[in-house]
Write a protein that binds this ligand. Structure first.
Ligand code: K1U
Ligand code: ZN
Length: 159
């Protein structure tokens, strides 16, 4: 069983900072794996489809993306949760789509946010393997929302 962490709420300064890159020496380390496990448990407990480390008071560039079909996005793909370390969005489609977002750090608010429909991204796994992938639709939206958290931006700043 993993630790459930407190989630920072809108107005707290941790959510406004640019998070630091995870160092090469931290890849494959027990602490990074424990952080990811605790983030995952916290995301599940809050019924989220993503989470970023600054939301649990760790200003490091780690996110989890876990798309699943839901009321707002019934056609969203069911994905195994992906832990992304130092994610970088390399390309964004010119086509943007308006879609509803929520945030574990902004309770009881939803908003329509324009996001690129398709993105190409690069990240490291917890073990330090570099991955490049292209995502579209809801998973791409979640990545953009979570990378915003790493840059100190909330969805309400984009509505
Ligand atoms: O980062 C977070 O605060 C998690 C957030 C991720 C997210 C949801 C919707 C669009 C983009 C990113 C949530 O999981 S909010 C709660 C939620 O489960 C949800 C909200 C809207 C649609 C589907 C799910
Ligand atoms: Zn959020």
């Amino acid at each position: 069983m993993s630790t459930i962490l407190a989630v920072a709420q809108r107005g707290e300064s941790i959510l406004t900072l640019k998070a630091a890159e995870v160092a090469r020496t931290e890849l494959n380390s027990p602490w990074l794996k424990e952080l990811a496990a605790a983030m995952y448990a916290t995301m599940l407990e809050r019924n989220g489809v993503g989470i970023a480390a600054p939301q649990v008071y760790v200003s490091k560039r780690v996110i989890i993306v876990a798309s699943r079909p839901n009321l707002r996005y019934p056609d969203a793909p069911e994905m195994d949760a992906l832990v992304m370390v130092n994610p970088e969005i390399l390309e964004k489609s010119e086509l943007t789509i308006l879609g509803e977002e929520g945030c574990l750090s902004v309770p009881n608010e939803r908003g329509q946010v324009a996001r690129a429909e398709t993105i190409k991204l690069r990240y490291f796994t917890l073990d330090g393997v570099g991955v490049e992938m292209t995502l579209s639709g809801f998973p791409a939206r979640i990545v953009q929302h979570e990378v915003d958290h790493l840059d100190g931006v909330l969805f309400i700043d984009r509505t």
